[in-house]
Design a protein around this ligand. Sequence first.
Ligand SMILES: *Cc1c(COP(=O)(O)O)cnc(C)c1O
Length: 402
Amino acid sequence: MAASDPAGRKPGLRTLLSHVGRAGKRVHGFVNPPVLRGSTVLVPTVADRQALAARRGEQVLTYGTGGSATHWALEDAIAAIEGGTRCYIVSTGLAAVTTPLLAFLKSGDDLLMPDSVYGPARAFATGMLKAFGVETRFYAPTLDEAGVAALMQPNTRVVYTESPGSHTFEVQDVPAIARAAHARGAKVMMDNTWGIHHFQPFQHGVDISIQAATKYLAGHSDVLIGAITVNNEDDWQVLHGAGRALGQYASPDDCWLTLRGIRTMAVRLQAQMEAGLLVAHWLRQQPEVAQVLHPGLPGAPGHELWRRDFTGACSLFGIEFKSNFTPADTHRFVEALDLFGIGASWGGYESLAIPTTGFITRTAGGPGFSGPVVRMHVGLEDPDDLIADLLRGLAALRSSGA
Ligand SMILES: *Cc1c(COP(=O)(O)O)cnc(C)c1O
């Protein structure tokens, strides 16, 4: 597909997702690249084998872990969605977090992570990375450029970001953080799972972008997969080298399912963004609710930064209930809901609700609120039905006589 027309106009997301990652002759012209499974690739001579080995990292068939047309189609698609040059697919979203951390850090280095980071990323930093001699310091997610600059040490090699934050949805000033990091020669990583293409990481100073493609990219709650995208050849060499060294890879079946999910992602995301904002708006007007943590809502925390840097929202947000309610009250709230399932993960076509008060860890300050919280994921159901369901939930929340 041409990157732009003569007037320099870039294709819209719906156009992009219909055309990226087509494998053409590589897959005999089939529109959707079929699943190509395999480990060993046979060649006629030893010289052919040596020639192939020298082309490691290119999109040529060498061995199963070097990928196949199915795999490369997905990598090309996600690189285009993120606006980067190359993407490396791994087995889970968490592997997409840990692989670049291992690639760009070594013993004696310092890592800065936002206090609102995805829990398993925090656990990896304070567990395995610590054991390997990497120190992690957690910073308040809303720090500005001067705040991050003041934290930089000569051995700070990576400044990690995730915006909005897991469970608490703080929007980070990523361009400002990136300026502070780059001034001291550190790499900027971002978990961009919430923003997807609505946040273009490489236009905002990010060097390495992480996607839990398990979420909206796959979109059907039936795949675990992760993607790491970079924007230059040097970073690709470091990332790809570490990924291969760690044996990180994803199955071609999961790549195929994810590529299928991507074809409809723009319309799913648009419908889910609209429904999510509608439900969030309705929730904000309910007397039991202290605030709705949805950066796309005018007046919500982080809304101004979101408006500056994002072109849209997904449908994951938080509710803080008034502080006269307890976490146990929120358990009754989610259990009374029929259409919202109680479950981890998000980004599928179905709605979810989960109490999150116990998941919030803070070592660099408080989260800025005190009521119990629930995380909501709005799926593709009719918003009116979801609101009717939420009325049931709110009645159950109140039923303790609080
Ligand atoms: C879910 C999630 C991940 C991990 O994805 P898995 O595929 O479940 O391993 C990473 N980052 C964020 C922000 C997530 O929500």
